[in-house]
Design a protein around this ligand. Structure first.
Ligand code: GDP
Ligand code: MG
Length: 750
């Protein structure tokens, strides 16, 4: 048996205000000192003793009783604690304020193992012998003990039992009063406590049962005599307390028996069950004392804050309102836990945020790999961690703080995820556009026909799938904001916009292909018509397949007809192709309008080429020679001096000369007017963007604001050119005539 050590004031006290080290807690911690100061290191103590992590799996016992009744001695024996005890020789009060120590016999072998994490509070003796008649501290410490403890041990000498006026009964009266006051405010939880009477120096002559009866009678008397607050007049003592009793032999007279009995008593500090046990006065002796209903439900990691709050209220004589204290505690602890959780969250999320921000800074938004997995894991881990720690606290506060925490986490994740999707959006649009362009290029290279619409459809599917995969990887079940449907829709809209742009480009490519085709067709057919001029026989040559014989007079009709027919064909090709890649009506309309304008330009240029000085002069000369040097049958003439060379010359010359005014103006034979080019081209479609059409050359009579009339547009040879052409042609004709004349004379001479 170990004798309790003697505590000295200059020894290793862990008093209020001391810096915490493990050694200093050898004797426990002074929770409240003689100046009623609360020890700020209580939580450190709970951590050092590994109690703080125990959640609800801890127990609190307080011991009450008169000064020097062997309380500390009892606790030291029961729990292996080292509370200071009074030396046998120096009868001085040793326990000041309230001390706490953790059960050191935990885990000790024995059939009946003690409960986990028992914290014992040794409350200063209550005789007030050294404090004077300081009822104030007694009341306050009783209140504090009741607010926190599951079990209150009342330590009492056997010979005090039945002394109704004794100090112990005064104390009990205080405890009951304080209890009523306390739970007036806390009707819902109404926690019970166990008053555990330990009768010391039990001689054995009076059986425990008798002592118990006496005590119960006294307690009932005290309760009846209490002036109860309004609303609680009818309350019974057993509404608040259960009672248990134990007796111990004299420690000094029967030391061995004392030890065995204390040993036995120790086994009762187990978790017990209500089953079969009545409320109140008549508790069985052998059950575990810690009934779950006694527990104050303050999580161990919040105990110090709670206890301090409670003490603060008590010491300042405020109404102690435990529900409010529990709510305040919950707020404080939930905030604290939330902060810790967010710190851990930050560690995993901040590097990702930084990476993303850097991408944006460099103008190259990055799609972070496995962001969804990392984000989800961090979120789940944080919320889970919060839940584990914080859900033990006041439910309403916990739920509110959880929502707050989720809000904070989600704000961070939201920004991160939106950044991610915006990067995925950008890169997706770019690769879509690139993929379509290169597929088109590949198609063009192969020379094979490629289906633009198919390419777009295929690549769009790929691009959408990619985005969807990313968006889905970010989704968190049950978290509505992680449904990124609107982002997906926006993305699809952008892809369609890009498709539209690419289609427009494809339309341009198609248009220029069709234009090239028109150019080549017109190049041949217009050339052919002009070449017919050279024959000079005005279509007297063999007409083909019942075609109307060509005459010089309807040159322009023929050109106009073949022109419009060619363009018609081109329009059909254009329309078919454009429809194949889903161009809409408006786009096609604009394309056709452009095609007609461009084609007209092509024709006009082709005509200009034909009437270029050298070309047209050559044609006129051929025309003239054909008429002059060949007879109606197409047989070359052999000039004889008798021939009317001059007459024939004049006739042929005049006939050819009529071509010049004909050629000078694009006029249809029937109406002797230019074709209705404005009508043929048509008005600019409403959807034409003038900015886009800057490459279109103005056309006289069509683009009226350009100040050029249709007449001017249709003027092929200017007046000056015409005159010049007449002069030049005449000279050429004259040359031919002279030659003919010479040959006629020469022929005679031969
Ligand atoms: P506390 O003030 O109630 O904490 O009492 P202590 O534990 O300091 O003990 C006060 C005195 O009572 C000491 O001198 C102890 O040796 C003595 N003491 C302790 N236990 C017993 C006991 O069971 N019977 C008697 N008669 N004296 C005891
Ligand atoms: Mg003591």
């Amino acid at each position: 048996p170990t004798a309790p050590s003697i505590m000295t004031m200059n020894g290793h006290f862990a008093g209020v205000g001391d810096a915490p080290t493990k050694e200093q807690y050898e004797h426990g911690i002074q929770v409240i000192d003689e100046d009623k100061e609360f020890n700020p290191n209580l939580n450190t103590y709970l951590q050092i003793t590994k109690t703080a992590q125990s959640g609800f799996n801890y127990h609190l016992i307080s011991v009450f009783g008169s000064q020097s009744t062997g309380k500390s001695t009892l606790l030291n024996h029961l729990f292996g604690t080292e509370f200071g005890v009074m030396s046998e020789t120096d009868r001085r009060q040793t326990t000041k304020g309230i001390w706490m120590s953790k059960n050191k016999r935990e885990g000790a072998d024995g059939a009946q193992k003690m409960a986990d994490n028992i914290l014992v509070m040794d409350v200063e003796g209550t005789d007030g012998r050294e404090r004077g008649e300081d009822q104030d501290f007694e009341r306050k410490s009783a209140l504090f003990a009741l607010a926190t403890s599951e079990v209150l041990i009342v330590n009492i000498w056997e010979h005090q039992v039945g002394l109704y006026q004794g100090a112990n009964m005064g104390l009990l009266k205080t405890v009951f009063e304080v209890n009523l006051q306390l739970f007036l405010k806390d009707k819902q939880s109404n926690p019970r406590s166990l008053l555990f009477f330990v009768i010391r120096d039990h001689l054995g002559t009076t059986p425990l049962a008798n002592l118990r009866n006496t005590l119960i009678a006294d307690l009932t008397n005290i309760w009846t005599g209490l002036s109860k607050p309004a609303g609680l007049e009818k309350s019974r003592i057993e509404d608040y307390f259960d009672f248990a009793f134990a007796a111990l032999p004299h420690k000094i007279l029967q030391p061995d028996k004392f030890i065995t009995e204390v040993e036995k008593l120790g086994t009762r500090f187990r978790v017990g069950h209500r089953a079969g046990r009545e409320h109140g006065l008549d508790q069985e002796l052998d059950g575990g004392v810690f009934l779950p209903e006694y527990h104050r439900r303050i999580p161990a990691d919040g105990f110090s804050v709670y206890a301090e709050g409670v003490w603060d209220q008590i010491v300042n004589n405020k109404d102690l309102d435990l529900p409010t204290q529990q709510e305040l505690l919950a707020q404080f602890r939930c905030d604290e836990i939330s902060r810790e959780v967010l710190e851990a969250f930050d560690v995993s999320i901040a590097p990702l945020e930084e990476k993303q921000a850097e991408g944006v800074r460099l103008g190259k938004p990055a799609v972070l790999k496995d962001l969804g997995t990392a984000g989800k894991a961090a979120r789940v881990k944080s919320i889970k961690a919060f839940e584990v720690e914080a859900s033990r606290y006041h439910k309403g506060v916990y739920s509110r703080k959880r929502v707050e925490l989720e809000g904070k986490i989600d704000t961070r994740l939201k920004a991160l995820y939106h950044g991610q999707l915006s990067a995925a959006h950008k890169s997706g649009v770019t690769s879509f556009s690139d993929a379509v362009s290169s597929a088109v290029k590949a198609g063009q290279k192969k020379g094979a026909s490629y289906e633009f619409a198919e390419i777009v459809e295929r690549e769009k599917k790929v691009a959408l799938k990619q985005f969807e995969t990313e968006a889905r990887s970010l989704a968190i079940e049950g978290v509505p904001w992680t449904n990124f449907k609107s982002q997906y829709n926006l993305y699809e809209k952008d892809l369609d916009e890009v498709s539209g742009r690419l289609r427009k480009e494809e339309m341009r490519r198609l248009a220029s292909r069709v234009e090239r085709w028109v150019r080549s067709r017109l190049g041949d057919s217009v050339g052919l018509e002009f070449n017919k001029l050279g024959s000079g026989r005005g279509g007297s040559g063999a007409p083909e397949d019942g075609e109307k014989p060509a005459t010089e007079k309807d040159l322009w009709d023929r050109i106009w007809n073949l022109f419009t027919a060619t363009v018609k064909e081109a329009e059909i090709r254009f329309t078919e192709r454009a429809k194949s890649f889903d161009a809409d009506e408006d786009e096609i309309e604009v394309g056709l309008w452009r095609l007609r304008r461009k084609s007209w330009g092509v024709l006009r240029a082709r005509i200009d080429e034909e009437v270029m000085e050298g070309n047209i002069l050559l044609k006129l000369r051929e025309n003239f020679e054909d008429k002059f040097r060949y007879d109606e049958g197409g047989v070359p003439r052999i000039w004889r001096p008798t021939d009317d060379i001059e007459g024939m010359y004049t006739k042929a010359k005049d006939s050819t000369l009529t071509l010049i005014p004909l050629l000078a103006r694009f006029r249809l034979a029937e109406t002797y007017a230019p074709p209705d080019l404005p009508d043929w081209i048509g008005n600019a479609p409403a959807s034409v963007d003038p900015q886009d059409e800057e490459d279109l050359a103005p056309i006289g009579g069509v683009d009226e604001e350009e100040g050029k009339s249709l007449e001017e547009e249709m003027t092929i040879l200017s007046e000056a050119k015409r005159q010049d052409l007449v002069v030049r042609f005449k000279k050429t004709a004259d040359g031919v005539y002279v030659e003919a004349k010479r040959s006629a004379i020469g022929g005679v001479a031969q």
